[in-house]
Design a protein around this ligand. Structure first.
Ligand code: SF4
Length: 353
């Protein structure tokens, strides 16, 4: 997708979800660090956001910005050297609110929530499936772990879910192994597996990165249809702003573990305020007859072991204010309703004095 197309998406559409509803998930000042002999990497360093039932939120940024670690923190599937060292992940599962940040990663609460209330799809469908079992067996098993139903009922549900995600012959496909399926069919089977327990929240981590443009378009259409059909919320994690523009209602832009800007897709794409967001948008290829232009963001991403002081973007920022930006992290400042930016161009300097 081109920058122009991204910017043109749906300038008038209202965000999805029920604006008056309580958040389904409320992440507050999340800090997730990785510990190694080389030092500590603050992969997520104070991120906050809410997502309401039925809403689609995009989290975007370059690789290493902390977006995938944020989703791994929510589901508590971090690598062994990763640890949540601060903040809250409040999940409202109807009867009560649980703080996923403080629950045992392998405890009963997380085991019940994972796959049933919150499901995840990945870039590589083979990650989700075992190659030695049919896709049907794996979907049926997932259904029976979370629901007290007979094998026959679970099978009927599995066939129905495969039909919903557009598998061409669900009764036959249920007996197939992933290696028999095309790339597009594998993606659909993965979505069927993750949705088989009707989660309230689906986290999609770069699900369109490894596929060609045709499958990517089919995948986004499928997610949109399924979301409208089942009414679940989706967090879409991607480095691809075109995907965000196509699918999401609101977007949060991250840089080096920090949130730098959030707002509706319309605000962030049409009125980007943070210099990093403007740089990201400018880096999308501009397709004009006879030429494709990419404007990369200048400078290199700092080493995670030697993070800059103050605003993490100050080493690359074209609008850097000497004596200000390197002092402290800029606070989030409202620049419009629901549109916030972490940058001294818009406020926060008084706190430095
Ligand atoms: Fe640039 Fe300063 Fe804003 Fe950071 S705080 S983005 S360095 S102007």
């Amino acid at each position: 997708m081109t920058a122009q197309q991204a910017g043109e998406r749906d300038a008038t559409s209202a965000p999805g979800g029920d604006a008056a509803a309580d958040p389904l998930l409320s992440v507050r000042n999340l800090q997730t660090h990785f510990f190694s002999r080389e030092g500590v990497v603050k992969a997520v360093d104070g991120v906050s956001f809410d997502i309401k039932p039925g809403e689609i939120l995009g989290i975007a940024g370059e690789s290493g910005c902390g977006k995938s670690v944020t989703s791994q923190s929510i589901l508590r599937i971090l690598p062994r050297n990763g640890k949540i060292v601060g903040g809250e992940i409040l999940f409202n599962n109807g009867d009560r609110t649980v703080d996923l940040a403080t629950e045992e990663a392998d405890g009963r609460v997380l085991r019940d929530i994972r796959g049933k209330e919150i499901a995840m799809i990945f870039q590589e469908p083979m990650t989700s499936f075992s190659p030695v079992h049919t896709i049907g067996d794996q979907i049926i098993e997932t259904i029976r772990i979370h629901q007290d139903v007979s094998k026959e009922e679970a099978r009927d549900q599995a066939v129905e879910m495969l039909r919903r995600v557009g598998m061409p012959n669900p009764v036959r496909n249920i007996e197939e192994y992933t290696f028999n399926l095309s790339g597009g069919m594998r993606q659909r089977a993965m979505v069927a597996l993750s949705l088989s327990c009707r989660p309230k929240l689906l986290i999609a981590d770069e699900p369109t990165t490894a596929v060609d443009v045709t499958i990517q378009a089919q995948m986004l259409e499928l997610l949109r249809d399924i979301q409208a059909d089942l009414g679940m919320a989706i967090i879409m994690i991607t480095h691809d702003l075109g995907v965000i523009a196509e699918l999401t209602d609101r977007v949060m832009i991250m840089y080096l573990g920090k949130e730098v800007e959030h707002g509706t897709v319309e605000d962030v794409f049409h009125r980007p305020q943070h210099p990093y967001t403007r740089g990201l948008l400018a880096s999308i290829p501009k397709m004009e007859p006879g030429r494709v232009e990419i404007e990369p963001i200048e400078g290199v991403v700092p080493s995670p072991y030697a993070m800059p002081t103050g605003c993490k973007f100050h080493t690359r920022c074209p609008e850097y204010i000497a004596g200000v930006c390197e002092k402290r992290d800029p606070p989030l400042t409202a620049v419009g309703p629901g549109h916030e930016v972490s940058c001294y161009l818009y406020g926060g300097r008084e706190e430095l004095e």
